[in-house]
Design a protein around this ligand. Structure first.
Ligand code: URA
Length: 219
């Protein structure tokens, strides 16, 4: 897997990541969602440089402009619910993309420190020979990405796979590096040190879904 950790090159992206982490700024959910969306736009822009391009002629009022445009074969898949603002950011740039949504959540049976990933709702177009972008803002254990990819298999074999995350833990990055093929890509804004007992990224930012959409009752 090709890992593109964008924090290795300091840029304006770091300001948005710093704001979503900051415990006073992140409480403003409108700003939190917009910052995640802005991060999605930047990750999408960086990712776009690795897509396949083809020559295109555009007729202007005064002549013909020849340029290269990326192939319009993208399926953008996000994991509900935390993935929605990241999805919006990516869709702002890949506005012709087809879209897929999947729900994946951590089901704690008895022990609050152990869980399994349950995949339920899934709506997806054909993935056969398409460019799949799979977005999950928090790459903690990596199990959601792997479970989601498994659930997408009946929809066809994508020709390229790009995973997009905002913050990851090294453990999650290691897991998906093993689970995904060598020619897939991870585009990520920051990789943190570790996970706590409950599987939250440390230092991370807390619960991305709650910060974007409000607290949920744990089941
Ligand atoms: N999901 C989150 O929202 N935050 C984490 O730290 C890990 C998973």
């Amino acid at each position: 897997m090709h890992i593109h950790n964008l924090s290795n090159t300091p840029s304006v992206l770091n300001s948005f990541v710093s704001e979503i982490r900051d415990k006073s700024i992140q409480k403003d959910s409108l700003r939190f969602r917009r910052n995640i969306e802005r991060i999605g736009e930047i990750l999408g822009y960086e990712l776009s440089k690795s897509l396949q391009f083809e020559t295109h002629k555009t007729e202007t009022p005064l002549g013909v402009s020849e340029t290269t445009l990326h192939k319009k074969d993208i399926v953008l898949c996000s994991i509900l619910r935390a993935g929605v603002p990241l999805h919006n950011g990516l869709l702002n740039y890949f506005d012709a993309a087809e879209n897929a949504f999947i729900s994946a959540y951590r089901h704690h049976k008895h022990d609050p420190e152990s869980f399994e990933i349950v995949v339920e709702y899934l709506a997806c177009p054909s993935l056969e020979n398409k460019t799949l972008i799979l977005a999950d803002p928090m790459l903690a254990t990596g199990q959601s990405m792997v479970a989601t990819f498994e659930a997408l298999k009946p929809f066809g074999n994508p020709k390229e796979v790009h995973l997009v995350s905002v913050i990851g833990a090294q453990q999650g990055v290691d897991l998906i590096s093993k689970a995904f093929s060598n020619n897939s890509h991870l585009w990520i804004a920051a990789i943190d040190e570790t996970l706590n007992d409950k599987g939250y990224i440390i230092p991370g930012l807390g619960d991305a879904g709650d910060l974007a959409f409000g607290n949920k009752l744990q089941q």
